[in-house]
Design a protein around this ligand. Structure first.
Ligand code: 13P
Length: 255
């Protein structure tokens, strides 16, 4: 019996139009048997333009809806940004914050990540916070110091009751979209380090409650390796989540 509810989240990134979203979910609904919500949580994070269609099509299923980013202001003159009320209107439950692609290409910093985490929580949604190292950092033996720095800065000023709701995704940058997934041992080592850090920042009980996913080239063929160690609470999936049959297989890996 797992201590924490596993959670699999599909990060569609900048893939799938409105029409493709409808097609995906239709295919998807004919292929999966409803999951027991007490055994696994499954989330789809489409682009903003597909949220409406996804919300409509997923209504009444065991899937939750997520977004890929959110601004830390309520509303205003922020061209191209998305506000919490706009996500809440579609029933969005999860918001991915601090993905390495946003940190690398859109100037997302630990400071903005921290503000966004607080604002997602203040709006009663659940952040999925991404942390992870580059290949250069790993090879230089700096994986732990990078993750420690990110966790300390990203959780700054967040109280324990809020912190335990946040899902942390360990996504080594070198494993994202490369087909070179981390070994389960490497992933487990870092996830254990994340728990140790959370225990130092907060408390042991919190470190045992917080859910930590692995992300980076997860596929139906490798998900079992990660899930056999109950330290890892699921996955954040990019490429493989674009195929309904593959995403279903990944979600079913814990059933
Ligand atoms: P891939 O599964 O395509 O490697 O992407 C992982 C990821 O970035 C999920 O957020």
């Amino acid at each position: 019996m797992r201590k924490r509810m596993p959670i699999f989240a599909a990060n569609w990134k900048m893939y799938k139009t409105f029409g493709e979203t409808a097609k995906f979910i239709d295919e998807f609904k004919t292929n999966f048997k409803a999951f027991d919500k007490n055994k696994v949580e499954a989330v789809i994070c489409p682009p903003y333009t597909s949220l409406f269609k996804a919300a409509e099509k997923l209504a009444g299923t065991c899937f939750s809806l997520g977004a890929q980013n959110m601004n830390f202001e309520k509303e205003g003159a922020f061209t191209g940004e998305i506000a919490p009320a706009m996500l809440l209107e579609f029933g969005v439950k999860y918001v991915i914050i601090g993905h390495s692609e946003r940190r690398a290409y859109y100037n997302e910093t630990d400071e903005s990540v921290n503000k966004k985490l607080k604002f997602v929580l203040a709006n009663d949604m659940v952040p999925i916070l991404c942390v992870g190292e580059t290949i250069e950092e790993r090879e230089a033996g700096k994986t732990e110091s990078k993750i420690l720095g990110q966790l300390k800065a990203d959780f700054a000023g967040i109280g324990e009751a809020d912190a335990e709701k946040i899902v942390i995704a360990y996504e080594p940058i070198w494993a994202i979209g490369t087909g070179k997934n981390a070994t389960s041992k490497d992933a487990v080592d870092v996830v254990n380090f994340i728990r140790k850090t959370m225990s130092e920042i907060y408390s042991k009980p919190l470190s045992e409650k917080v859910r930590v996913q692995y992300g980076g080239s997860v596929k139906p063929e490798n998900i079992a390796e990660y899930m056999k160690d109950e330290t890892i609470d699921g996955a954040l999936i990019g490429g493989a989540s674009l195929d309904p049959a593959k995403f279903i297989k990944i979600c079913e890996s814990v059933l």
